[in-house]
Write a protein that binds this ligand. Structure first.
Ligand code: M6R
Length: 614
């Protein structure tokens, strides 16, 4: 969950590392630090709180060098404070380290190291690693060998980078398990390291990803790779197609805002080259699922977390309708703890924007062990989820920086529609005419999304004005739009800190109806689909109890307009596409309410973009 950046080369290393941290601030923002080497000495600057505090410290007490590491922290062990911020340094002051992950056996290691005379200066689990490295360096090991021996002793998942004044041109990095990525960026006479691609994208697009239990020893002339048992490893280079501009905020006030408004474009990119809009035929080359493999699938299980899990719930409706395959959806964090029933006839679909969410990766590993075929819908190219899957459908939505996921949600819905159509075409469950009408609707989708996102199409400012002081919201949806109610509630909770619940509308009378009064807005998705009449009666039930209704409805629906207090409209479309349009007002409602409440939109409290701890 922490952000990691490293640099070695001729340029001013602290500046490059700090700029990289700025792009990773969404990873963790309770403290930050950098370390460099100057005159044979390690120099460290650390500050509690947001990155701007470190920026001020560096302005007051600059440190310059040609090798540096930097870290943004999301606290696990030890409160957010300057002394617990990374980098952590050993007793000699010669070795310093940054880490992402939890050292599960840190207590016993710490006691043993203290008994050997090591003095600790923080409350973190991380610090044991640097003292272990110190111990092996004192025995005559190189930094890489000392790291290798230390890494063999620590339990848990980690991404680690080491820097030592004894080897002033070398960074040592390692990945152990799924605590987030370690990416080596290749430059000319300079090398970069990062937990996430956007941190170094402006310097290079040529990247190498560490696999589990691999290390990199990096000097300005290039990296060498080893397994943790010391064997040399050959690695291939991935060219990242992302444009550095796409990782910048541009003229927008917030990344979340930019990413919401980008969706007409990002949906186009997700569709591009994958569907013939005339015939409706879907081609998903990287899915690696030939017709013979499709014919062996008896059921699907989707594993994901948070917004991606809600996307999976919408996808269940899409895939079952198009391919007539039963789809079960489970949280990554639950799946592996229930001895799931999957086998070689199960297609397991992981949905993950980052491709590094530890619970989703663990669920994928569980499915793999049980013999399931594994495919994923992923945004971050080269991420672990992509690498461990048998096939992939990339979101093609560009980097998503806002902690609240928006454009990745709509892209993953488009991907699931394509997957459903692909499976339906291979299984013969989707008639040619139905393929064509879906394709036609998908062709119109970017334009329809653009319409919903146009200035003045819906009035969010009024809603923000009228409801920014409310404590609770209820979101209701039914059928394929029920998960959109869940997603609307999640978006609101995350960025505005208003308590919100998403509920299947038909269940309201079984409990939540007791909450309804004149102070709690009820957001209902009441589009003209097969459950429209039912949704109208839900609205009536809310109104009969004095509730306030904010309805998402189709353009021109006078019935809803007459009954609801406020209406957010969306254009009519194919019923399987409607959720992709219905989520847009949910995102904008949450965004405008949070802005009005003065919340920190891109760095909501306690949250991190990639959740790499259990
Ligand atoms: O990267 P992933 O899609 O695997 O992330 C899953 C969740 O952590 C993520 O969707 C989270 O719920 C977002 N903050 C939602 O906006």
């Amino acid at each position: 969950m922490c952000g990691i950046v490293g640099y070695v080369g001729p340029r001013e290393a602290t500046t490059i590392v700090f700029e990289g941290l700025r792009r990773l601030e969404y990873r963790g923002y309770d403290s930050a630090g950098v370390a460099t080497l100057r005159g044979g000495r390690i120099l460290v600057r650390r500050a509690e709180g947001k990155l701007s505090n470190l920026e001020h410290l560096l302005a007051d007490q600059p440190i310059n060098g040609h090798i540096a590491i930097g870290h943004t922290r999301w606290a696990t062990h030890g409160a957010p404070s300057q002394r617990n911020a990374h980098p952590h340094t050993d007793c000699t002051g010669e070795i310093t380290l940054i880490q992402n992950g939890i050292v599960e056996n840190f207590l016993s290691l710490r006691q043993a190291l203290q008994a050997e005379g090591h003095v600790f200066s923080s409350e973190t689990d991380t610090e044991v690693i640097v003292h272990l490295v110190e111990k092996y360096v004192a025995q005559g090991c190189s930094l890489a060998e000392a790291g290798r021996r230390a890494f063999a002793q620590i339990k848990g998942a980690h991404a680690i980078v080491l820097l030592s004044s004894r080897e002033p041109d070398t960074l040592v990095a390692a990945r152990l398990g799924n605590a987030g990525g370690v990416t080596v960026g290749l430059g000319e006479g300079e090398m970069f390291l990062a937990s996430d691609i956007p941190a170094i994208l402006e310097h290079t697009r040529r990247m190498i990803f560490l696999e589990d239990r691999q290390m990199a020893v990096i000097t300005p002339t290039g990296p060498q790779f080893f397994s943790l048992d010391g064997q040399a490893v050959e690695k291939s280079v991935t060219e990242i197609p992302w444009d550095p501009i796409s990782a910048a905020k541009g003229t927008y006030r917030h990344f979340m805002q930019k990413e919401i408004y980008e969706q007409a474009r990002s949906i186009t990119d997700t569709l591009r080259g994958r569907i013939d809009f005339e015939t409706g035929v879907v081609t998903l080359d990287e899915l690696n699922l030939p017709p013979k493999a499709v014919s062996q699938i008896k059921e699907m299980v989707t594993v994901a977390c948070g917004t991606s899990a809600y996307s999976g719930l919408v996808g269940k409706f899409m895939i079952e309708a198009l391919a007539r395959v039963p789809v079960e959806v489970d949280y990554g964090s639950e799946f592996r703890y229930r001895d799931p029933i999957v086998d070689q006839h199960t297609l397991v679909l992981a949905i993950t924007q980052s491709g590094e969410t530890v619970d989703t990766l663990a669920a994928m590993e569980e499915a793999r062990q049980k013999g399931a075929r594994l495919v994923s819908i992923v945004n971050v190219i080269g991420s672990m989820a992509q690498r461990i899957s048998d096939g992939v459908i990339l979101m093609h939505t560009g980097p998503e920086i806002g902690v609240a996921s928006t454009k990745a949600f709509s892209a993953s819905l488009v991907d699931q529609l394509l997957l459903g159509a692909y499976l339906g075409q291979a299984r013969g469950t989707l008639a040619d005419q139905d393929s064509r009408s879906l394709a036609q609707a998908l062709a119109e989708l970017p334009e329809l999304a653009g319409r919903v996102l146009q200035d003045g199409y819906n009035d969010y400012e009024t809603l923000a004005h009228d409801f920014h002081d409310r404590e609770h919201f209820l979101f209701l949806g039914r059928g394929i739009n029920y998960p959109i109610a869940l997603e609307g509630a999640l978006k609101l909770k995350e960025i505005s800190y208003i308590h919100a619940e998403g509920y299947p509308a038909g269940e309201m009378k079984h409990g939540p109806i007791a909450l309804i009064d004149e102070s709690m807005p009820v957001v209902t998705i009441a589009v003209q689909d097969n459950v429209y009449d039912k949704m109208i009666s839900q609205i009536e039930q809310v109104k009969a109890r004095g509730g306030i209704v904010i309805a998402v409805a189709h353009e021109g629906d006078q019935v809803v307009r007459d009954k609801a207090d406020y209406v957010l409209t969306i254009p009519r479309s194919h019923p399987l596409i409607t959720p992709i349009l219905a989520v847009l007002p949910m995102q904008l409602l949450a965004y405008y309410l949070a802005v009005r409440r003065g919340c920190d939109i891109d760095q909501p409290r306690n949250l991190a973009k990639s959740v790499t701890v259990e």
